[in-house]
Design a protein around this ligand. Structure first.
Ligand SMILES: [Ca+2]
Length: 167
């Protein structure tokens, strides 16, 4: 952990309009992957609009590695089925964090930056980086790829540790 740059805390809020992988519904859960780290939410049974509201924390040592989100349908007697995936671009959040290190004068609720959906990101709508209660967070609606439908809503927090050892 010599090169630990920070912690990425991701609150996976909900899924919307996910695909059917069982008879009438699915049993979805999410996996976050960064390098060899793999974190998992709980399974929500029989729901295409699941609410997880669960926080997962990744250790970030290398900013060039992609943060990946994958959704699966849990099955008891067979292999879990894929329900789509997306990349989470953390660079706009890190840039905003760098620009607003001394943020004591910013009013609560200020939007620091807006990120528009584009070919390069998986956003389904505008994403806002917001200053609130002493921290910076970014909300995201991610359109799942490799699947017919589905959006995952989440919120990112960055906890900077890069300067932790420098007085
Ligand atoms: Ca299932």
């Amino acid at each position: 952990m010599d090169n630990l740059l920070g912690l990425l805390r991701i609150r996976i809020i909900r899924g919307k309009n996910l695909v059917i992988r069982d008879f009438r519904s699915s049993d979805p859960y999410c996996i976050l992957r960064l390098g060899d780290q793999r974190l998992k939410t709980r399974v929500i049974y029989r729901s295409l609009n699941p609410v997880w509201d669960e926080e997962l924390t990744l250790s970030v040592e290398n900013l060039d590695l992609p943060v990946e989100l994958m959704v699966y349908d849990h099955d008891t007697f067979s292999r879990d089925d894929e329900m789509g995936d997306a990349d989470i671009d953390i660079h706009p959040l890190l840039e905003a964090q760098k620009m607003h290190q001394d943020s004591s004068t910013i009013p609560n609720g200020t939007i620091l930056k807006r990120v528009e959906p584009s070919e390069e990101n998986c956003l389904s709508e505008e994403s806002c980086i917001t200053w609130r209660a002493g921290t910076i967070s970014q909300n995201m609606h991610l359109r799942l790829r490799n699947v017919e439908s589905g959006v995952i809503e989440l919120e990112l927090h960055w906890i900077d540790l890069a300067g932790a050892n420098n007085p």
